[in-house]
Ligand binder design. Sequence first.
Ligand SMILES: Cc1ncc(COP(=O)(O)O)c(C=O)c1O
Length: 483
Amino acid sequence: MKMYEQLAGELEEHLAAGMLKAGDKVPSVRQLSQQRNISITTVLKAYSLLESRGIIESRPQSGYFVRKSSHGTHTLTADTDSPARLKPPPVASNVEISQLVLRTLKTISRNDAVPLGSPYPDSSPFPLTRLSHLANNVARKSNSWGVLDDLPPGNINLIRQIAGRYFLNGLLVDPNEIIITVGATEALNLCLQAVARPGDTIAVESPTYYAILHAIERMGMRAIEIPTSHKTGMDVDYLASILESEKIAACMVMPNFHNPLGIVMPEENKKKLVALMTRARKPIIESAVYNELYYADTPPSSLKKYDTEGYVLHCSSFSKTLSSAFRIGWAMPGRYRDKVENLKFVNTLSTSAIPQMAIAEYLTQGGYDQHLRRLRKIYQQQSRIISSVVKRFFPSDCIISEPEGGYLLWVQLPPHIDAMRLYNDALERKITIGPGNIFSNTGNFTNCIRLNYSYPWDSDIEAAIITLGKIIANYRQPDAPHP
Ligand SMILES: Cc1ncc(COP(=O)(O)O)c(C=O)c1O
């Protein structure tokens, strides 16, 4: 047995013997580490284990407390614990889930299945006809067919339009910082490559978007998963303690409409995260692909807003709002700008010219804001519908997220449910879901699923949710009596 497991067992015994009651504070990590003469990491691991067993809980800036026994509520309210609060031991892991993700995505993209598992939005509200006309027009009129015209940083008109959009949303950015990429995926990969090397450890949210884990895997780096709450996002205090004990090269986050949790990190936490990493002179890579899909009246701010020293590398794209097929994204890499531009050049030379020109023209002609307003309304309405249908037809001890933007719902199923089994059983009935397994290496989310609600609500989707509810209800609990 490892030292932290031994410590966790000992503490568990103490608590079971009634040494502390529900709600009492347990000794601080530092206190216990000094008392026992053991490392902070060992204590943190022990506390994480106890937290994942539901024995203690951490409260931001207050420490760890003995948990009150909680009964299943249905939505994640301010008082309930997030499915993502389960703290994984802070052990860096090599990432090997890309094969599982690829297999899963291939089946999810099957046309004959209900696409609840898809990561991409339904494209029917997108202005695709107009975009393809524009693409035709710009291609016909263009006299620049050479790659040399679109060398990094990319199409200058598009760059100006993107900078203009940030300005509209309250962020003044220098157009010279923007580099056009092949979707946000390339932006994330280039930024990671610019700031870290093989063997380095990267802090990520837990759960996180699987392509972040892929980027880390591809570059021979290791991921360390930081607990991420549905209320406050990545646990910045926890990250701070990890920075003291581990060599972290960078961190990768989704502060707005996190995939898969749908949450927005509160302003205080955004500021705190940027201040922490800036003090440590460590870069933060943020994905902002859902930023324009907010349900509130105003857009959320990105980490870039608080970045005074250029440590934030901001990545985004038009994939979630205009067309995922055009594959147009961008990076604003702060002080790493020249490095990212050079990596873009040596990796892929340039980004396809026609989609860049077509989107630039679309943004110039106007209508994007109107399109976005419509999209936000659709997603917000559909988020209400799917939430109420899931509440009605899933077992009552499921916990669902309350997305504040985007189009993804996260559902924590009872602990005995295996999301991969559910994924396979659902697929047999021509329904796809996103199994929690692909969002983490910790195994903490194997009873969670992600559902895409961007598709117009119809009887097929409703029937699919009802079927999922029935399949879940039929999985017998391990200790349930045989009928
Ligand atoms: C958080 C996040 N970042 C990046 C991406 C990838 O975006 P793109 O399709 O532009 O590469 C996704 C897609 O699902 C995402 O959810």
